[in-house]
Design a protein around this ligand. Structure first.
Ligand code: UT7
Length: 316
């Protein structure tokens, strides 16, 4: 497969660390030194469906693919207001006259790589010629806003790519190891006359230190495996586009690979952790800035609740 169009959309509300320190026992100093995050965009008067549609429209427009030639829409999303219908069908309705199959997947923060894996399979088996991947996330809606440990980390946003057949995906790898206690969100369900359990819903719970360790180990495992599969060494890669969770995680990975900082473009300083949307938003920004030259080698790597990881080695 190859990527032929990119798009993104972010909420208009910019929330600084100082704004959070107004109601949480935290500080700009703690958040910037421990995470690198300075501001994040949070949904306020806008909504996720509209953001997802805007990101999708931008990717479609930049690809030049007519709407009616989109063969599949895959949306990566952890949770949103609609449990059903799928967010991908909502996006389909928003982008225009397109009647293709739609599917949502929950690969947590690694959802973009999972979507690439599935899109590649659809393209390879001639089930599709153009697949629109949209990652749309609103983690702010499932954080506990009384808890400083998690709420300062996240931001909302959407990123999208259009993919078609090609030889640009050199290798990819997705993994999962069941570890539900390290990072989870339990949403509320309706009660029934027969359900004798109490409501067990719970806002996002995270063991930050465990996630940090698993993130670094998991990403390095994927990156080194993909380098080997591609017959490459770390120096061959032009850009490492990593899940935008924490600058310290990215630094650990970068130092293990012994690579310079400018190969690891980041935007988490401005957007926080936007879950699976973080890599496609980053790709869209770099593409629009003209920083991705044809032929450039990109290493994508993400990790998230599950515990899942995903990596992709591709040529731009
Ligand atoms: O997409 C995947 C999502 N998750 C992640 O990627 C998270 C991975 N983990 C991390 O990024 C880091 O573990 C955190 C940023 C979450 C935390 O950094 P840390 O260096 O592991 O800090 P810590 O949890 O060890 O906490 C250190 C101190 C604690 O206080 P004491 O016990 O030393 O007195 C915390 O209570 O910092 C305190 N703390 C805070 N202080 C101010 C925790 N959160 C905050 C906060 N503001 N927001």
């Amino acid at each position: 497969m190859k990527i032929i169009g990119t798009g993104s959309a972010l909420p208009t509300k910019v929330v600084s660390n100082d704004m959070l320190a107004g109601f949480l026992d935290t500080s700009d100093e703690w958040i910037t030194t421990r995470t690198g995050i300075a501001t994040r965009r949070l949904l306020s008067d806008d909504n996720l469906g509209d953001l997802a549609i805007e990101a999708a429209r931008n990717a479609v427009a930049s690809s030049g693919v007519p709407i009616e030639e989109i063969d599949y829409i895959i949306c990566s999303n952890v949770a949103n207001n609609y449990v059903t219908p799928s967010l991908s069908t909502i996006i389909q309705g928003g982008i225009g006259d397109c009647a293709c199959p739609c599917m949502d997947l929950n690969g947590a923060c690694a959802g973009f790589i999972y979507a690439i894996d599935i899109a590649e399979a659809l393209l390879k088996t001639d089930r599709a010629r153009h697949v629109l991947i949209v990652c749309a996330e609103e983690p702010s809606k499932f954080c506990n806003w009384h808890q400083r440990e998690t709420s300062v980390l996240f931001g909302d946003g959407a990123g999208a790519v259009m993919v078609t057949g090609g030889d640009n995906l050199i290798a990819r790898r997705v993994t999962a190891r069941s570890q539900k206690d390290v990072l989870y969100y339990k949403r509320p369900l309706e009660s029934t006359p027969y359900d004798r359990q109490r409501d067990t819903s719970e806002p996002l719970v995270m063991n930050g230190k465990d996630v940090f360790r698993m993130a670094v180990q998991g990403s390095l495992g994927d990156i080194n495996t993909l380098l080997k599969e591609g017959g490459l060494v770390p120096n061959d890669i032009d850009f490492y586009l990593l899940h935008q969770a924490n600058l310290r995680i990215i630094k650990s990975i970068r130092e293990s690979l012994n690579q310079p900082e400018d190969k690891f473009p980041c935007n988490l300083q401005r957007y926080g952790n936007t879950s699976s949307a973080s890599i496609p938003i980053l790709i869209d920004e770099l593409a629009r800035e003209g920083r991705l030259k044809p032929g450039a080698l990109l290493m994508l790597s993400a990790f998230g609740a599950g515990f899942v990881t995903g990596g992709a080695l591709l040529r731009w």
